[in-house]
Design a protein around this ligand. Sequence first.
Ligand SMILES: [Zn+2]
Ligand SMILES: [Zn+2]
Ligand SMILES: [Zn+2]
Ligand SMILES: [Zn+2]
Length: 311
Amino acid sequence: MDDLEEDLTCSVCYALFSDPRVLPCSHTFCRSCLKNVLQVSVSFSIWRPLRLPLKCPSCRSVVELPTNGVDALPVNVCLRAIVEKYQRERPPACPEHPRQPLNVYCVQDRKLICGFCLTVGQHQGHAIDDLQTACVKERGAQSRLTESLRWEEVCGLAERLAQEKERSHALVQNDREVVSRFFQGLDLILAQKEERFLQALDRASVLLASAYDPLIQQVKDMQEQHSELLIARECSVNILKYTKHPEALRCSHGQIQNICFISQQQFLCEWITKHWSNPRQDPCLDPFNISCSENQCTSVQKNTFVLNRGL
Ligand SMILES: [Zn+2]
Ligand SMILES: [Zn+2]
Ligand SMILES: [Zn+2]
Ligand SMILES: [Zn+2]
């Protein structure tokens, strides 16, 4: 059988011939193998038009093919028929070792193996039988197995299986309830924890407000006092020019400025010492017993402007 398979094997692809074609030199190859060879030889040669060169893979002689190439070569009909018959009748091949027939029975693994499996594969040293003996033994084992199984036992087995199934089902249901109860308890604990955390955060909010609000109010008070201080400063400058230093009218413009500045500084120092040392105290902005509303300040500023222009 091995020699026959070798004769039916293509020397290019080492598989059984597929659509075998005969070259003029009488050598035969698969149609697809010849197409591959032709493609290589055409791309590496300069040849006369309308003829395709092909070098036989066996005898290396160059043959010319017509333009329709390998398809023009005659089919080796006889060889094709033998290959088809061989494929139908040959024993199944080993899945581990391609093209090796499964012709040995491994007793240990109760499995068909090939010669390679036994000598170099996974079944080295295993007890074996030839196919005929294995077939007889397996038939005997099968009939013994059939005899040992009585119908009543089979029925009883089915009943036992049904009971076993019920018992397993009850166990699963029980486990299911346990898991449900566990997670319900977990939900309750989580809800309580959440409530406690939220309450703590609410308390933190209240604490934050009580810490920040007085500070914010204090800064606002200071801003108001600062504005009032600026207004008071301007009032003091203008009033000094009219009331406290009439002799300044006789001085030069620069001297008036100096006197005003010094008086203003003295007033501011006193005011800051009095009020900003305690920002919450209501400010008294009228050291010269006059009201310091915005309108009055504006009228004083106008008078000062007229006075300065006159100088
Ligand atoms: Zn081939
Ligand atoms: Zn040849
Ligand atoms: Zn094998
Ligand atoms: Zn084995």
